[in-house]
Design a protein around this ligand. Structure first.
Ligand SMILES: Nc1ncnc2c1ncn2[C@@H]1O[C@H](COP(=O)(O)OP(=O)(O)OP(=O)(O)O)[C@@H](O)[C@H]1O
Ligand SMILES: [Mg+2]
Length: 300
């Protein structure tokens, strides 16, 4: 279990992480999601003692990371897959890790197998690794000591779709065996695919948290409908006559009511629909909405 309590990290007058509190439970994969510069990496660096907090604290299994003897046996960390000696081979990096943690070198081959790095790939130097290979090696390194907690910063970065699916299976299995996983991403799709729980951060502050369902239930815009008809004008008139708010949206209309009501109006007026769906926009809209003041791009 990871417990973040009132964590604040300032750089001069700038507050990178602002009074952040959350908990990552064992048996769950927790996604830490936010746009670039939101404070994800900073929070994770504090977790593993690389950055001191300005105030607040993080404990892992009730202990500060610094106080955990042989931390690699308890907490697997992947913050920056390139932060290894570029001249070492993948195998050497894992062997060094195993030696530091007092593990048999057989563990290295197990981990190489687990992350699907071949024997010949493991003998290449890190500088010649592709991004995805570095990530796989980083995950192998994090899992080396068979820890009960995993802290992974953008682990899916550089993985191909098959790789992301593989990682999802790996982390799901790990959580099912009772492990605690925290993984960050600035990409909603990745987190949505992998995580059970989500923590949304923007501008150093937590803007929402919970499982996917409860986040969506609280999303603004839920309960509206996107619809397209052969005759949008006729449909719009029919819906307005029933008192629903209608606005044009792309090829179709956005209506402030449930899809079933829109379908009913269409049937009554014998209007042919070509598309009808809930227009909550899902998590993506929620994510953009909640973090909009921290987005770099103006969306619209
Ligand atoms: N050592 C530092 N000195 C000054 N500012 C810093 C330092 N480290 C981080 N920051 C600032 O803190 C903010 C949060 O950075 P952080 O790396 O935690 O974001 P992030 O959520 O990981 O973003 P990304 O998705 O781009 O990785 C940024 O504005 C960053 O410039
Ligand atoms: Mg980051």
């Amino acid at each position: 279990m990871i417990t973040v309590e009132g964590l604040t990290r300032k750089y001069g007058t700038f507050t990178a992480v602002d009074d952040v509190s959350f908990v990552c439970q064992p048996g769950r994969v927790t996604g830490f999601l936010g746009p670039n510069g939101a404070g994800k990496t900073t929070t994770m660096r504090v977790m593993v003692g690389l950055t001191p907090p300005t105030s607040g604290r993080v404990t892992i299994g009730g202990h500060l990371y610094q106080d955990i003897p042989n931390p690699g046996r308890h907490v697997g960390v992947l913050l920056d897959a390139s932060a290894q000696h570029a001249g070492r081979t993948g195998r050497e990096i894992l062997e060094l890790g195993a030696r530091t943690m007092g593990l048999p070198t057989t563990r290295v081959d197990e981990m190489l197998d687990l992350v699907s790095l071949s024997q010949s790939e493991s003998k290449r130097r890190l500088r010649n690794y592709s991004l995805g290979m570095k990530q796989r090696l980083g995950i192998a390194h994090a899992l080396l000591g068979d820890p009960s907690v995993l802290i992974l910063d953008e682990p899916a970065n550089g993985l191909d779709p098959a790789g992301i699916r593989w990682m999802r299976g790996l982390l799901r299995g790990y959580a099912e065996r009772g492990g605690t996983v925290l993984l960050s991403s600035h990409l909603l799709n990745e987190v949505e695919l992998i995580a059970d729980e989500m923590i949304l951060i923007g501008h150093g502050r937590i803007v929402a948290q919970g499982d996917k369902k409860s986040l969506l239930a609280g999303a603004a815009g839920s309960g509206s409908t996107f619809v397209t008809a052969l005759d949008n004008n006729a449909l719009s008139a029919a819906l307005s006559a029933k008192g629903f708010t209608v606005a044009s949206a792309g090829e179709g209309l956005r209506v402030e009511t449930e899809p079933v009501e829109v379908g009913r109006a269409a049937v009554e007026h014998q209007i042919v629909l070509t598309d009808l769906r809930a227009a909550d926009g899902g998590l993506e809209d929620l994510f953009l909405e909640l973090t909009s003041d921290t987005q770099r791009e103006v969306l619209g």
